[in-house]
Design a protein around this ligand. Sequence first.
Ligand code: 6PG
Length: 242
Amino acid sequence: MDGTVAGAVMPTIRYFNSMADLSLAAAELVAEAAETAMAARGRFSIVLSGGTTPLPLYRLLATPAYSDRVAWNKTLLFWGDERCVPPDHPESNFLLASQTLLAEGLVPHENILRIPAEPPPPEEAALRYQETIRTHLGQEPFDLVLLGMGNDGHVASLFPGSPQLTEHHRLVAAVPTPTAIPPLPRITMTLTALNHSRHMVVLISGKEKGELLAAISSQGKSTPYPAAQLAPLGQLTWLAAR
Ligand code: 6PG
């Protein structure tokens, strides 16, 4: 099922023949990260990705096999980015998680730290979310960051050439309407925030993204792809479905 190709040192890249296999491997990584964090610190912090690729993973995590291994009552859920729409809007990243991972009601309300990207204005929302991260974690890294990657190499809402890529001080930034689909203003964690993590897992599928990953692996930061700038404190793992 899983032909593993390890990079020279990091990152680790694992290829799968189906999204079902990829999602099982991702769920295993989430459960292991949760168990490790609980044993070491008594709580688990995870940053969820937007986009559709992680949806089978989110559904799996809500099943007893994984909900027994992830102490949801001690788990803080953050989001890496959000579109500036209400939480019940079809373009909301929060909505996707609420219809899958959160549908069973396993995570206590106070642990669900969504990005409030509907009014107030995006700049203010970004500052407030930075404060939310600081309040809950202080200077602690995230235990696990989940990400997807767009066909242009974007991660979270950090697009090629965007000024938010060079934001080194703020943890969260407002993104004026990008040319990406859907064309909505967004709020995104910056690389400073995302990279402050013990483990990062990027989920991708399809030939086009596989080719981007190959370019990133061989050429690194000389590519224009924001995903090439992912550099967590600990392990970076790519899970790629062919
Ligand atoms: C978003 C995302 C974005 C997403 C990628 C991949 O809000 O759009 O957070 O970074 O993860 O575009 O999306 P798919 O998984 O749907 O291909």
